[in-house]
Design a binder for this molecule. Structure first.
Ligand code: NDP
Length: 442
C-alpha cells in the first residue's frame, strides 16, 4: 500500500467518529499525492502522520450563569494543530453544533490556509457549543469571561492568537480581551478582530468578504472573464456574507440572494445592503424581515439560495451547505464561478460536479484567507504599536489575495490541471509547512 493510503487508513481508524475532520483530511490527502509521491523525505519524516495529528487538543468546562440565576455549563475547545511556520492562529466558533470533529476540521484547514497567505502563522481553531442566539448582553459577557478564564492559560501573542468565527464578532472579542488582560496583566495582541480603540485593525471586519471577491476577480480575469455586470448568489448574512456582497456590488455585480439558518431572500432588483446591515448588525434580527421592508423581495423558508439563476455563487454560511443537488442546479443554470467564503461549504461530490463541468471553483483555503491575513496584519500592527489606514490595509489585502491566487494557480499548473485550484491550494499550502517541519526536526 502507498504511504499516503496507509496514513489515510490510520487517521480514519483513529478518528472514526469525526466525519467533518475526515472529509477535510481526505480532500487534502487526495490532492497532494503528486508531491508526496515524488519525494521520500515526506515519508522519512512522517510528515503526513504529524500534520494530521494536532500538537494538542484542549477541552474544558465553561460554567456561567443565566439571567434567572441558574448555573449553566458548556464545553470549550482549543485545537493547537501546527505551529511550524508561526504561532497557532484561527478563530473561535460559538454555535450549538460545535464538537471536536468540527473544530478539528477547521483547525486542519487553517494550517494550509495560513500557509497560503505567505505570513508567519500556524494553524489552530477553537470554540464552544454555547448558543449565543437569544442570550442577553449580560449572559454573553458572563460566558465570554468564563471561556477566557480557562483559555488564557493556553494562549499568548507569541503562542496562540485566536480570532472571531461564527457567533464571535467584535462584542465577544472585546469581552474576551478584557478578561485576558484582567487575568494576565499583560496588554498584548492576544486576540485579533479587536475594536479600533484598543488595537484592532481597520479593514479586519471587511477582510474575509472583500478578500473572497478579490480572489474570485483574479480567477475570472485569469480566465478571460470579469465580475462587472454578473449576477451573484450569496448564502448567509453574517460577517463574511455582508462584506462579500458589499465588495461585489462595488465592483459592479448584482447580488440577488442572502440567507440565515431560518430561510433566504431573493431580490431580483439587487439586495439593499443597508437594510440587511440594519437587520443583522444593528437589530440582530432575522433575514425574513428584509422581505417585510423591501417590496421587490421574496422570502422562502425552505430550499436554498442555489436554486436561483446566477453567474457567480458565493457560499458564506457554514460547512456542507451546498450539496451535489445544489451544484447540479447551479450548473444547469450556467453558473461560471464558485468562491467559498465559508469553510468547507461544498460537499466533496459538489466540488467534483463543479470541476467536471469546468465551473471555475476557488476553495475556502484560498478564497476566505483574507480574514486571517488581515488578522496577521493586526498582529504586526500590535507588535509595532502602530495603526495603518483603511486603504493601506486594503491594498495589502489585495496584494495578499493576488499572491494566494498566483501560488494556487502555479501549483495547479505544475502538479494538476491549470484550473484545478483545489489541488493547487492544498499543494502550495502543504509544501511550505512540510518544508518547515522537516527543517525543524521531529
Ligand atoms: P456569522 O456568525 O457572522 O454568520 C454566519 C451566517 O451563516 C449567519 O447568517 C448564520 O445564520 C448562517 N449560518 C450559520 N450556521 C448555519 C447553519 N448551520 N445553517 C444555515 N445557516 C447558518 O459568521 P461568519 O460570517 O464569520 O462565518 C461564516 C463562515 O465563514 C463560517 O464557515 C466561518 O468559518 C467562515 N469564515 C469566517 C471568517 C471571518 O473572518 N469571520 C474567516 C474565514 C472563514 P444564523 O444567524 O441564523 O445562525
Amino acid at each position: 500500500m502507498k504511504y499516503i493510503d496507509e496514513v489515510r487508513q490510520t487517521v480514519a481508524a483513529r478518528n472514526a467518529d469525526q466525519p467533518e475532520f475526515m472529509q477535510a483530511v481526505d480532500e487534502v490527502l487526495s490532492t497532494i499525492r503528486p508531491v508526496v509521491e515524488s519525494n521520500d523525505l515526506y515519508k522519512q519524516n512522517a510528515i503526513l502522520e504529524r500534520i494530521t495529528e494536532p500538537d494538542r487538543q484542549i477541552m474544558f468546562r465553561i460554567p456561567w450563569t443565566d439571567d434567572k440565576g441558574n448555573l449553566r455549563v458548556n464545553r470549550g475547545y482549543r485545537i493547537q494543530f501546527n505551529n511550524a511556520i508561526g504561532p497557532y492562529k484561527g478563530g473561535l466558533r460559538l454555535h450549538p453544533s460545535v464538537n471536536l470533529s468540527i473544530i478539528k476540521f477547521l483547525g486542519f484547514e487553517q494550517i494550509f490556509k495560513n500557509s497560503l497567505t505567505g505570513l508567519p502563522i500556524g494553524g489552530g481553531k477553537g470554540g464552544s457549543d454555547f448558543d449565543p442566539k437569544g442570550k442577553s448582553e449580560r449572559e454573553i459577557r458572563d460566558f465570554c469571561q468564563s471561556f477566557m478564564t480557562e483559555l488564557s492559560r493556553h494562549i499568548g501573542a507569541d503562542t496562540d492568537v485566536p480570532a472571531g468565527d461564527i457567533g464571535v464578532g467584535g462584542r465577544e472579542i472585546g469581552y474576551m480581551f478584557g478578561q485576558y488582560k484582567r487575568i494576565k496583566n499583560i496588554y498584548e495582541g492576544v486576540l485579533t478582530g479587536k475594536g479600533l480603540t484598543y488595537g484592532g485593525s481597520l479593514t479586519r471586519t471587511e477582510a474575509t468578504g472583500y478578500g473572497l471577491v478579490y480572489i474570485v476577480e483574479n480567477m475570472l480575469n485569469a480566465n478571460g472573464l470579469g465580475i462587472k455586470g454578473k449576477t451573484v448568489a450569496i448564502s448567509g448574512s453574517g460577517n463574511v456574507a455582508i462584506y462579500a456582497a458589499q465588495k461585489a456590488m462595488q465592483l459592479g455585480a448584482k447580488v440577488v440572494t442572502m440567507s440565515d439558518s431560518n430561510g433566504w431572500i431573493y431580490d431580483p432588483k439587487g439586495i439593499d445592503l443597508d437594510v440587511v446591515r440594519d437587520i443583522k448588525e444593528v437589530k440582530r434580527g432575522r433575514i425574513k424581515e428584509y422581505a417585510d421592508r423591501v417590496k421587490s423581495a421574496e422570502y422562502h423558508d425552505s430550499g436554498r439560495v442555489w436554486q436561483v439563476k446566477c453567474d457567480i455563487a458565493l457560499p458564506c454560511a457554514t460547512q456542507n451547505e451546498l450539496d451535489v443537488q445544489d451544484a447540479k442546479q447551479l450548473i444547469a443554470n450556467k453558473v461560471i464561478a464558485v468562491g467559498e467564503g465559508a469553510n468547507m461549504p461544498s460537499t466533496t461530490e459538489a466540488i467534483n460536479a463543479f470541476q467536471s463541468s469546468d465551473v471555475l471553483f476557488m476553495p475556502a483555503k484560498a478564497a476566505n484567507a483574507g480574514g486571517v491575513a488581515v488578522s496577521a496584519l493586526e498582529m504586526s500592527q500590535n507588535s509595532l504599536r502602530l495603526s495603518w489606514t483603511f486603504d493601506e490595509v486594503d491594498e495589502r489585502l489585495k496584494g495578499i489575495m493576488k499572491g494566494i491566487f498566483e501560488k494556487t494557480s502555479d501549483a495547479a499548473k505544475t502538479y494538476a490541471k491549470p484550473t484545478d485550484y483545489v489541488s493547487g491550494a492544498n499543494i502550495a499550502g502543504f509544501l511550505k509547512v512540510a518544508t518547515a517541519m522537516i527543517a525543524q526536526g521531529v
